[in-house]
Design a protein around this ligand. Structure first.
Ligand SMILES: [Zn+2]
Length: 239
């Protein structure tokens, strides 16, 4: 694994507003504490999500972008980018790979955090088709697209974006996590980030307890002991 000292920039790529907050906001808060630059790239505006159907899709998109900005701020992230793909219909297309590769070349992250491209048969929630599509496109953008100067040559020729090799990817939502981050010191910030998604979680009774118990269970699994919280990832070396 990459040592902490070699992680200066992190890019988190997700399908929807709130995915980054469920998957990795605690770890992100700890990165920010250490002075790491973190960028969020959100592929859709989440315009098909939410409980509140008084808004049309455009209204929902605007609301969810604002909620994601607030959630990012709760863990110290101010660079949040949206690609505006339609929610619920994402495919791991060449166009999406190019759009993610572009941001990889702009941000030049050491580490990318992405959603697992495979279905989790132990727990279905993280396996939304958009998550799998974005996870797959992100891994393809990491290898080979972003590092290959001949892939999407317009990125280099028209936009001057040099090839970039991401050295490690952490996948969220998979069934075989092999790296746990103790997020106890950041769990309140993670919760605040999640609660910034008012349209998604305000109506959920006992939401805070649900979140805490879920991440406490991972801390147990990781052997961190009682009263601790953890996020789990599958680490992929991409150097
Ligand atoms: Zn999602």
């Amino acid at each position: 694994m990459l040592p902490d000292s070699e992680i200066d920039r992190v890019l988190v790529v997700t399908a929807h507003p709130d995915d980054a907050d469920f998957g990795s906001a605690g770890s992100v808060a700890l990165f920010v504490d250490r002075g790491v630059e973190v960028t969020y790239l959100v592929v859709t505006d989440g315009d098909a999500g939410g409980n509140e159907r008084t808004l049309d899709n455009a209204g929902m998109a605007e609301l969810r972008r604002a909620e994601q900005l607030a959630a990012a701020k709760a863990v110290g992230v101010t660079d949040v980018r949206f690609l505006g793909y339609p929610d619920g219909r994402v495919e791991p297309s060449l166009e999406l790979r190019r759009d993610i590769a572009r941001v990889i070349r702009q941000v030049r992250p050491d580490l990318v955090i992405a959603q697992h491209p495979e279905r989790n048969y132990r727990f279905i929630a993280p396996s939304h088709p958009d998550h799998r599509a974005v996870g797959g496109a992100t891994l393809d953008a990491v290898y080979p697209d972003a590092r290959n100067p001949y892939a999407f040559p317009e990125l280099l020729q028209r936009e001057g974006l040099e090839a970039w090799t991401v050295r490690e990817v952490w996948l969220t939502g998979g069934s075989t996590p092999d790296h746990y981050v103790d997020i106890t010191d950041a769990v309140d910030r993670k919760l605040a980030a999640l609660q910034a998604h008012v349209s998604q979680v305000a109506h959920v009774e006992g939401f805070a307890e649900f979140v805490k118990s879920r991440f406490a269970a991972w801390a147990e699994e990781a052997g961190f002991g009682e009263g601790r919280y953890a996020e789990g990832f599958q680490v992929v070396s991409t150097a």
